[in-house]
Design a protein. Sequence first.
Length: 138
Amino acid sequence: MEQIVKLLFATTLLAIFAYILIFTSLGRAGNGGEYWGFDGRLSVADAAQITFESGDHRFLEVRLHQPLEPQNDYVPGVAYCGPEYHEPGLPKRPSVSEPIHGQDSPRLADEFARSFNIAMAEMLNENYDAECVVLRSK
């Protein structure tokens, strides 16, 4: 009986240690903003607001490529802005092309860029009447 109690205690300690490692690594993983030089813990809304207020109105372009896949650079979340504001195309701020988060990199980069670009387009529409067309769904 004593050995079973010791084994259960050791298993419990090991499980707690494993959970701590997993949650610590997830907490330090970042939110995808690192691909454009933002702090991985800065919220998307704050990043867009700070960038807009600094006068940088470029949209985030995702340039992450998986090995053996063709190059596919894109600006998620925004289709177009009026010709008076952005001509001939959307001004882009390219991401780094090397994955930082492993297999989760494309998803994190896409989600951050999509939310950032939608927030930027809404601020441009509100402040400059830029006529940006926002794409909310994938």
